[in-house]
Design a binder for this molecule. Structure first.
Ligand code: SF4
Ligand code: SF4
Length: 346
């Protein structure tokens, strides 16, 4: 039970909303449980996970642990897609094709530690960094999809607080089909986040805004409330300060022409993002993905090497929480700007 459920909606209006993205294809259950616990303890309002029952259960374990100690409980958001999307892929290769003298650059480049001789599927979140680095070009990807019936069943069993739909320009019909199924469950979702960006699509910001408006009309017709997630450069926030440029540019181009509802940034977001924003007026908050995970990866590995969970290692937990707070606090402590237009919730 959320101790103060309205505070989450208040954060959306104040501009102090923070979501942590565990990864739409991340199924590393031990890490997800710890990641959820750590960032919930740091005070974020939402944990975004893959559409998988075991993943939802693992995240809930972490959230239960935090709620019993600190009283706060973020929303659990489940990520799905209305079509092909890089967030929902897994890398794979046949290790028998690897020459014995290969220096294994794929293992070194993987931010999730998901390649040890072969791809450990649960840990891979589809970032794609291993694909171009293999000298033989043998690493490929496969997509992971749920059909609409499987999705409906999953939603009943997992009962997330909110949903995120990854969508792409031109897929309004697929989006509508998904929202229809979601709404037919009659589950009381608090928000439906809609994630879309320009990367890989030859359209203008104005046309992208038009796509968001189409989805707004669809959600409104089913009485669902949106969060608009502007997706800059997907899965790149851990690459460095410059990764944030794409999402800032998207925000600057779209902020005046978006449909009603809270707007949140994602894709390339990191500690630098807040410094690069020229105005936060109208902005509800931010989502951190790769950067948030990379920060605590060393603590997770230490814990796993000891066959423990991070929440059971008091020293590692304290240090990891300090790192997590340093990333999210500047957003959680955001105060409404003078003359800030509070987003009308619709
Ligand atoms: S580099 Fe990215 S795509 Fe490749 S195995 Fe690691 S997480 Fe998966
Ligand atoms: S870089 Fe390519 S060839 Fe080398 S170990 Fe990785 S997958 Fe195998």
């Amino acid at each position: 039970m959320q101790k103060n459920p309205t505070s989450i909606e208040v954060a959306l209006r104040k501009g102090s909303w923070v979501k942590i993205i565990c990864g739409a294809s991340n199924e590393d259950l031990a890490s997800i449980s710890d990641l959820s616990a750590l960032y919930a303890a740091a005070g974020v309002q939402c944990i975004d996970i893959a559409a998988d029952l075991a993943v939802a259960n693992a995240a809930r374990k972490g959230l239960d642990w935090v709620e019993s100690r600190f009283g706060n409980r973020p929303w659990l958001m489940m990520s799905i897609s209305d079509g092909e999307d890089i967030h929902f892929r897994k890398a794979y290769f046949n290790p028998k094709l690897c020459p014995p003298d290969c220096l294994r650059p794929c293992e070194k480049v993987c931010p999730a530690g998901a390649i040890i001789q072969q791809v450990i599927e649960d840990k891979c979140y589809g970032c794609g960094r291993c694909l171009p680095i293999c000298p033989l070009g043998i690493i490929q990807t496969k997509d992971k999809f749920l059909n609409l019936d499987e999705l409906k069943e999953l939603l009943y069993k997992a009962n997330p607080d909110a949903i995120e739909i990854h969508t792409t320009p031109g897929r309004i019909k697929d989006f509508e089909a998904l929202v229809k199924i979601i709404s037919q469950t009659k589950l009381p979702f608090k928000r439906i986040a809609v994630s879309c960006g320009l990367e890989g699509h030859a359209i203008t910001p104005a046309l992208l805004a038009k796509e968001f408006w189409q989805r707004y009309e669809c959600l409104r017709s089913y009485n669902q409330k949106a969060i608009w997630q502007l997706d800059g450069r997907p899965m790149s926030g851990d690459l460095g300060k410059g990764a944030t440029k794409s999402v800032i540019c998207l925000w600057q181009n779209l902020r005046e022409i978006m449909p009603p509802g809270p707007i949140q940034l994602a894709g390339g977001t990191n500690a630098q993002t807040i410094n690069d924003i020229d105005t936060r007026i109208g902005l509800a908050g931010i989502a951190f993905g790769g950067k948030a995970r990379k920060l605590i990866q060393p603590f997770l590995i230490e814990a796993q090497n000891e066959n423990k969970k991070l929440i059971d290692r008091s020293k590692g937990w304290v240090q990891a929480l300090k790192e997590a707070k340093a990333l999210v606090d500047p957003w959680l402590k955001v105060n409404p700007l003078p003359n800030k237009k509070i987003q009308k919730v619709s």
